[in-house]
Design a protein around this ligand. Structure first.
Ligand code: AMP
Ligand code: GLY
Length: 426
């Protein structure tokens, strides 16, 4: 198979790493890719928002499957346009991508299908949102409706903070994404990321993970795209997975099909595991980043077989097998992230970290005069696997110590919830 992978982050490097191990692969292309992906694929200069150009590339290079990493091309309808051109693609259609593209859309779907999620209201003006918040009290959660690169959510501890978040949205702080606001009840519990491969009808559970959204140790500081993850998420017991499938995923699949927007691709449910059971916080229509990195480490089966089956509507007889081991990834970010990261600092020691037995996935890196330099906020994902999360964490941080990059930083407590659980159980 000739495969074109779209994207340039650590998620896509991990996908490329797993795809490259498939005996079915003939040639892997990536657009735009990054220096890590370039060790596994031909990286090509292609404007992925120019759909006719992507289609022309696929035709010229006999691409059998396009795999879309990030959400933006999905929301822009790349999979629909490829389908019209007769090119198979793994990912959600434009209509189905609304599950991530519009929080209001997802909340309404939940309401219609009795999917457990926090009580909410949608607003297009500040005054009624203020009145609702004042009536509900704090803690309460304010969300910009549209895509805001992980920056659209305020978990407000006080009414004042919530009112200020509403004002920031309607004053244009988040651009178009903030033109509508969802105000939602605060859910108390432990978060988990739950993934399903979907083919429009069937949903195949595809692993669990726990992310670390805040920039600082002890879950402090501003939200980020994710500072580290591990898999499996111990809170997702077999019973919790079964409930999530029955109460959340299956009604979503039915609801989407009924709306003429059957969901195909990867469905990523952000869950809060509360005393009453799983509640949906949000959907994403792509693999999590950095959750994908730990899932790819643990997946035993051939990813190309599974993604092609999802794209072709053939998942119902498929299964996915996972290594028993735990995997953990530590995100190394550039100073300034999640604000304005410093670019251009030189990174050494990646080979030494790899040789220690970790996988170092590249996210925001570039090559400059033959040297690896930082070129984004989240830069490297140092990933390791071992019998327990505690051991995987030790291995990952030992590899982090081999990276020579004074301008980079990472959290020092990735996996703390699982480590506490493992220590309590031992
Ligand atoms: P989201 O962008 O929707 O994933 O939200 C970012 C983060 O905000 C989530 O990972 C949660 O930690 C938190 N969050 C979002 N919604 C809620 C909620 N209703 N209750 C508590 N925390 C929430
Ligand atoms: N790590 C969370 C996300 O990809 O949205």
């Amino acid at each position: 198979m000739n495969v074109l992978l779209l994207g340039s982050g650590g998620r896509e490097h991990a996908l490329a790493w797993k795809i490259a191990a498939s005996p079915l692969l003939t040639k892997l292309y990536a657009a735009p890719g990054n220096p890590g992906i370039a060790t596994l694929a031909s990286c090509i200069q292609l404007d992925i928002s120019d759909h006719p150009a992507v289609i022309a590339f696929c035709r010229d290079n006999h691409i059998d499957l396009v795999i879309v990493g990030p959400e933006a091309p999905l929301v822009a309808g790349i999979v629909d346009d490829l389908a019209v051109a007769g090119i198979a693609a793994f990912g959600a259609s434009r209509k189905a991508a609304q599950l991530e593209g519009s929080k209001g859309f997802t909340k309404d779907l939940c309401a219609r299908n009795n999917i457990p999620t926090g009580a909410y209201q949608r607003f297009t003006a500040a005054a009624p949102a203020h009145a609702y918040i004042e009536a509900q009290g704090a803690p309460i959660v304010v969300k910009a409706d549209g895509l805001a690169a992980g920056k659209g959510v305020t978990v407000a501890a006080t009414v004042e903070e919530a009112l200020a978040a509403v004002d920031a949205c309607f004053n244009g702080a988040l651009g178009e994404a903030g033109a509508e606001v969802v105000v939602e009840a605060f859910l108390d519990g432990e978060e988990a990321s739950f993934f399903c491969l979907c083919d429009g009808i069937s949903a195949l559970p595809f692993g669990t993970a726990q992310d670390h959204k805040r920039v600082g140790d002890g879950d402090t500081g501003p939200n980020t795209g994710g500072m580290g993850a591990y898999s499996p998420a111990l809170v997702m017991t077999p019973e919790m997975v079964e409930r999530t499938m029955r109460e959340i995923i299956e009604p979503t699949m039915r609801g989407m099909a009924e709306m003429g927007a059957p969901f195909s691709g990867i469905l990523f449910a952000g869950l809060m595991i509360t005393d009453e059971g799983p509640q949906l916080i949000e959907y994403n229509v792509r693999f999590g980043d950095p959750e994908c990195q730990v899932l790819m480490m643990r997946l035993r089966d051939d990813i190309l077989v599974l993604l092609k089956a999802a794209a072709d509507g053939q998942l119902s007889h498929m299964s996915a097998r996972w290594r028993e081991d735990a995997a953990l990834t530590v995100v190394m970010a550039a100073t300034g992230y999640p604000g304005t990261p410093q670019k251009g600092s030189v990174i050494g020691g990646v080979d030494a970290a790899q040789q220690s037995g970790a996988e170092v996935f590249h996210a925001g890196t570039a090559l400059k005069d033959g040297q690896l330099v930082a070129n984004g906020g989240r830069v490297l994902n140092v990933t390791a696997m071992a019998k327990t999360v505690t051991e995987a964490r030790a291995k990952a941080y030992a590899a982090v110590d081999l990276i020579d990059w004074p301008e980079g930083f990472c959290r020092s407590d990735i996996g703390w919830q699982a480590v506490a659980r493992e220590q309590a159980g031992s």
